[in-house]
Design a protein around this ligand. Structure first.
Ligand SMILES: N[C@@H](CCC(=O)N[C@@H](CS)C(=O)NCC(=O)O)C(=O)O
Length: 203
């Protein structure tokens, strides 16, 4: 299968999961501003939404929406233990985290990155994120990962999105549990591999 990604974008989450699960995969880099892939393809023909990530399966089917893509990838390799089985309460907990990350965090960052967004809107978005971080920091107290001692797809996604805080000058150091969590996730060998492959840290 093939993952269409842009370095450091939300596609880092399925990229981490591909490696953590032990999938065979290819990567194709997308220039999100120009909507072109590295091999010169018009990205609109890959994804009509114009967004990464896209997971292209070996049968040609394409799957979009990061929180869904990571569940698919983890379900294909249950032995990797990256997601609890469907129908269990633990699975709904992971989905609860994925939904929180997508709706409360991920989509709050977009307008802050955009140069055309009025400063007042950016300020309010950052204040809202800070409120979510206050709550999140309490949830992480005494825990290695969101689900306890086990790393799941929800951690791959949350880590990917929280990484953007630095870019918008939201200093995470006051949230000590979040800061420790970020270091813990980043230290995982497969996370390091994914970040190196995307050029986010030195190879
Ligand atoms: N709902 C989508 C959102 C994906 C998304 O926001 N992708 C961003 C990068 S993090 C993107 O490709 N933005 C470019 C654009 O919208 O033109 C998902 O969760 O996968």
């Amino acid at each position: 299968m093939k993952l269409y990604f842009a370095p450091g974008a939300c596609s880092l989450s399925p990229h981490i999961v591909l490696r953590e699960a032990g999938h065979n995969f290819e990567l194709e880099q997308v220039n999100n501003a120009e909507k072109k892939t590295k091999s010169g393809k018009d990205y609109w023909t890959v994804n009509g939404k114009g967004q990464v990530p896209v997971l292209e399966l070996d049968n040609g089917h394409k799957l979009t929406e990061g929180p869904v893509v990571v569940q698919y990838l983890a379900d294909q390799k249950p032995a990797a233990g990256l997601i609890p089985p469907a129908g269990t309460m633990e699975r709904y907990r992971v989905q609860e985290w994925l939904n929180f990350t997508t709706s409360e965090l991920h989509k709050s960052f977009g307008p802050i990155f955009r140069p055309t967004t009025p400063d007042e809107f950016k300020k309010i978005s950052k204040e809202n994120l800070a409120k979510r971080f206050d709550w999140l920091d309490k949830q992480l107290a005494g825990k290695q990962y969101l689900m306890g001692d086990t790393f799941t797809v929800a951690d791959a996604y949350l880590f990917t999105i929280l990484r953007w805080s630095e870019r918008v000058k939201l200093d995470l150091s006051k949230w000590t549990n979040i800061t420790a969590y970020m270091q813990r996730v980043q230290a995982r060998p497969k996370v390091q591999e994914a970040m190196k492959a995307e050029g986010l840290i030195a190879a």
